[in-house]
Design a protein around this ligand. Structure first.
Ligand code: ZN
Length: 570
């Protein structure tokens, strides 16, 4: 079961529950070679808080010693790790050596018998750029094996999306995998593309698959463990990342940074403060024996990868992931152009991307203009404020003057725009932008305003009662009780409504959040992050809050919150 806690772009801060084990996503899964532990999983748990890792059931099955121990004591005991264990099936070996001597049903059954948390069937990872007929026939075999595996296993199973570099096949693969109701969807066979820095093609493959997959299923981008690419693919909706890079690169004296890979021989300084880099110089590391140096470099590599993941999670939490990605993609031109190319998928991203975030957007360069949120907001402003008094804006050109301090028009640039409107006109423009054309006048009829210390409109009063507050951070209204009642009366059903099951109505009135599974109906034009009215099945007002999930996401989720309730109705 998967639930979402925060979102930005297609990226999600989520919680994946597999039986009694919980994994916060996006998550890094170190790849463990069960025959050769460079760093013990228990040490990873202690040093980095590792909640999930991935190992290879084909390797375990191929070694008599490992197989017997895994069958006898279970895979968690074999690896001495109590977190979630994902196993690959031998697909990687299939890609490398083109032959695996174990049938699909047997390897799926074996993974069940050793107690893995997430198993993988024997899909065929078709390499990039093979002829179309080859990619298609591989995919047909993969789909057959997918059906067989789904029938065999009750527990969590990876439904890997294949199809080589053919987007048509990737799309068909994702659709079929979604129909089979797998718990997690890896995007397979992209490692050769990533190694060749073909980040744009990987972005296309991910976004093509995302169109077909349920938003309630985590996506694992196979082989994307380098810290420099993590933030981009999190933004595109990938939740799980495996890293073999930490140890493979270490064996090769390669040092990971979030902005690229360095060769240890060419380094004079170690630009990191992890325990390894604090204690050693590059020369000292080079003077060590192979095994010791590999271990130390692997520790550093894991350290920077986990650190990057934490920065990404914080950015997701505060809604600043777009700013962060625009900074990161400047590490390599191919990442930068991959990022620019995603604007071709703006329709898909705009569906999920919140229209209100916790932090102001930053203008970091011309590509900032292509963020979907700006297009959504401009389209809304044009529709809801026709003929409004406009001001000129550094990024948007002409915008309704009253919205200059409202998200996302309040994007940080090098100058502060001047509104040049009366406060009365400004609040009307904001209310119309936020709730619909002509709503402001009716909502604020007979009210008065109070001001903050910095002389901005703060609160709208009706007599002595607060009707609404203009939130300083994003210049949007939060409705108090009277404001909710008025908006409910002004807007006909289903506008700005989230209708919930009558059974949970008392819970919402006492400020309880609305869980996705109790939502009966929702205004389809709403975006994530918006202020909404929560009503019962008879359209009686229960309270208000902000919408976490988008209308198209809500029906997919069996767990988690759809609306964060701000206040119940009095
Ligand atoms: Zn370090």
């Amino acid at each position: 079961m998967f639930e979402i806690k925060a979102k930005d772009g297609l990226g999600r801060l989520g919680m994946l529950k597999i039986g009694k084990r919980s994994v916060e996503t996006p998550a890094l899964m170190p790849v463990i070679n069960p025959g050769k532990l460079t760093i013990e999983p228990s040490e990873m748990e202690r040093l980095f808080g590792t909640q999930i890792l991935i190992t290879n059931s084909y390797i375990i099955n191929s070694s008599e010693r490992l197989r017997e121990r895994a069958l006898d004591k279970g895979v968690h005991s074999l690896l001495d790790f109590d977190g979630a264990i994902v196993t690959d099936s031998g697909s990687f070996q299939l890609m490398q050596y083109h032959d695996v001597d174990i049938p699909n049903s047997e390897i799926v059954d074996f993974q069940g018998r050793i107690g893995v948390d997430v198993a993988t069937f024997l899909d065929i990872p078709t390499l990039p750029d093979v002829p179309y007929h080859k990619a298609k026939s591989d995919l047909m075999t993969t789909l057959e094996r997918a059906r067989e595996a789904r029938e065999l296993r009750q527990g969590y199973l990876n439904g890997t999306v294949q199809g080589s570099t053919y987007l048509r096949l990737r799309r068909m693969s994702a659709r079929r995998m979604a129909e089979l109701d797998f718990e997690i969807h890896p995007i397979g066979a992209v490692v050769p593309l990533l190694l060749q820095y073909r980040f744009k093609e990987v972005a296309d493959i991910v976004l093509t698959a995302k169109r077909e997959l349920s938003p309630a299923k985590p996506v694992h981008l196979f082989g994307a463990g380098h810290p420099m690419m993590l933030s981009l693919y999190v933004l595109l909706g990938c939740d799980l990342f495996d890293s073999a890079a930490y140890v493979l690169y270490a064996r090769d004296n390669r040092y990971l940074t979030p902005y690229g890979t360095k060769k240890l021989e060419e380094m004079t300084y170690l630009p990191c403060c992890c325990p390894v880099c604090s204690a050693h110089t590059p020369q000292e590391l080079l003077a060590m024996g192979n095994e010791e140096r590999t271990r130390k470099l692997a520790l550093h590599n894991l350290h920077v990868t986990y650190e990057e993941m934490k920065r990404i999670k914080q950015a997701l939490h505060e809604g600043s992931l777009w700013d962060y990605v625009e900074m990161r993609v400047r590490a390599h031109p191919k990442l930068y152009f991959a990022y620019r190319s995603i604007s071709r998928h703006r329709d898909l991203i705009a569906l999920s991307d919140p229209l209100v975030k916790r932090t102001t957007e930053f203008y970091t360069g011309p590509e900032t203009r292509s963020r979907p949120v700006f297009h959504t907001a401009m389209a809304r402003a044009t529709e809801r404020l026709p003929g409004a008094a406009c001001a000129s804006h550094r990024v948007f050109g002409k915008v309704p003057a009253g919205l200059l301090h409202t998200y996302p028009f309040n994007v940080e640039t090098d100058s502060e725009p001047t509104i040049g409107l009366s406060d009365e006109e400004t609040v009307l423009q904001i209310a119309d932008y936020q709730f619909g054309r002509g709503v402001g006048k009716k909502l604020f009829e007979g009210t008065r305003m109070s001001y903050s210390k910095s002389d901005r409109v703060r609160t709208i009063f009706l007599g002595d009662e607060v009707l609404a507050t203009l939130r300083a951070r994003d210049g949007l209204f939060i409705l108090a009780d009277e404001g909710q009642r008025r908006l409910h009366a002004i807007l006909p059903y289903p506008k700005y409504r989230v209708k919930v099951d009558n059974e949970v109505a008392p819970y919402v009135v006492s400020h309880g959040d609305v869980f996705a599974k109790f939502v009966k109906d929702v205004d389809e034009r709403l975006h994530s992050g918006e202020e909404v009215l929560v009503v019962n099945e008879q359209d009686e007002l229960l309270g208000s809050g902000w919408l976490l999930l988008t209308p198209n996401e809500i029906p997919h989720f069996k767990r988690g919150i759809a609306v964060k309730t701000r206040r119940g109705a009095k």
